[in-house]
Design a protein around this ligand. Structure first.
Ligand code: SAM
Ligand code: DTB
Ligand code: SF4
Length: 369
């Protein structure tokens, strides 16, 4: 059951969200137990592979170039350093690595080729690989799928009505298209939203209704509480009460019984009891490690202690789908062939020059020419 047929109208959803808290949690917990092992919680690590300097104006985001935040911009990480971080995350118990780039959209360039290689390498470590790279077209989605990508994260963030109050540089429709492109490529979809941006409860319900309207709703739905970052337009938003997070997790769980509901950003403002109620109400995943993309998150050890106290166990990778096989990427292979041919041509030219008595120039690689 991908969508719960018992809830259809906006009023029914609002009544559900506003139900007495413990009744709501009980209903969600009951559904959770029918579709999931309630002791298992997936640990997913986030890695910001390209940080800051983003051209978009998402009002919550510390990585938008136009806001004056403390985030230091970094160009794309190297494939080697990503592998090192992935191994670290795996050793700490994470079964999934989610690589995030502060891009408006994916572009067909060398950086994207490198991301494709990162996907291949991390998949080959036996971890589920997720990417969140902004908008992408169908061909880019296919390349990621072929490389072994398990999931693509692209959030709708809020209701279509509230969305424009927070973001103006791209449309809700653009986001729906990217989600559709991931879906068409056969990639599992991770899409959710943020609460605490000043939206009404109707907007939280509006977000969930957008997913109900999809032919196939997301396999994974992250629920973030706004991390209000100094310098962003939403810096003065009052933190939401953790009860709101519990209600949102529970409502999402009831509406989408098969999906994994992710208790995402905002856990540093929650206590263990609040998080326990979220797990009770169906949260099946957390982001693990002391950093989200740019903002703080509880330490691995703190989460380990919480898991021990609550009797939770980290979920093994690929329990919700077989591990994809990483295939060679045609574009990367063609580029490498071209580079090899060029190297060979240069070598030959150098050898000919030596034979003809010229002193060769010292060249270490094609790149340095
Ligand atoms: N640039 C890509 C994009 O926007 O799709 C990927 C990275 S972006 C940082 C991924 C998601 O992180 C956003 O869609 C948003 O839902 C979430 N996010 C960003 N800043 C946040 C904040 N301050 N608090 C909570 N969630 C946030
Ligand atoms: C999602 O829904 N939340 C994560 C992940 N998907 C990419 C990102 C949270 C970012 C919080 C702000 C930051 O650390 O920069
Ligand atoms: Fe850029 Fe993504 Fe941040 Fe929006 S959420 S400003 S697209 S990095």
């Amino acid at each position: 059951m991908k969508v719960n047929p018992a809830y259809q109208t906006k009023q029914q959803l609002l009544d559900l969200y506003n139900k007495p808290l413990l009744e709501l949690v009980f209903e969600a917990a009951t559904i959770h137990r029918q579709f999931h092992d309630p002791r298992e919680v997936q640990m997913s690590s986030l890695l910001s592979i390209k940080t800051g300097g983003c051209s978009e104006d998402c009002g919550y985001c510390p990585q938008a170039a136009r806001y004056n935040t403390d985030v230091e911009a970094h160009k794309l990480m190297t494939v080697e350093s990503v592998i090192e971080q992935a191994k670290n995350a795996k050793a700490n118990g994470s079964s999934r690595l989610c690589m995030g780039a502060a891009w408006r959209e994916v572009r067909d360039n060398k950086d994207f080729d490198n991301v494709v290689e990162m996907v291949q390498e991390v998949n080959n470590l036996g971890m589920e690989v997720c990417c969140t790279l902004g908008m992408m077209n169908e061909n880019q989605a296919l390349r990621l799928k072929n490389a072994g990508l398990f999931a693509y994260n692209h959030n709708l963030d809020s209701s279509p009505e509230f969305y424009g109050d927070v973001i103006s540089t791209r449309e809700y429709e653009d986001r729906l298209n990217t989600i559709e492109n991931a879906r068409k490529a056969g990639i599992s979809v991770c899409s959710g939203g943020i609460i605490g941006m000043g939206e009404a409860v109707e907007d939280r319900i509006g977000l969930l209704m957008s997913y109900m309207k999809m032919e196939t709703p997301p396999e994974s739905i992250p629920i973030n509480a706004l991390v209000a970052v100094e310098g962003t337009p939403l810096e003065d938003q009052k933190p939401i009460e953790q009860w709101e997070m519990i209600r949102m997790v529970a409502t999402t769980r009831i509406l989408f019984p098969e999906a994994i509901v992710r208790l995402s950003a905002g856990r540093t403002k929650m206590n263990m009891e609040g998080q326990a109620l979220c797990f009770m109400a169906g949260a099946g995943s957390i982001f693990a490690g002391d950093k989200l993309l740019t903002t703080p998150n509880p330490e691995f050890n703190e989460d380990k202690e919480m898991f021990d106290i609550l009797g939770l166990v980290p979920k093994e990778p690929f329990k919700d789908g077989v591990q994809p096989v990483s295939m060679p990427d045609a574009q990367i292979e063609a580029r490498k062939r071209k580079e090899e041919e060029r190297e060979a041509e240069l070598k030959l030219a150098r050898e000919n020059a030596i034979q003809e008595g010229f002193e060769p120039r010292k060249v270490t690689s094609v790149e340095s020419l």
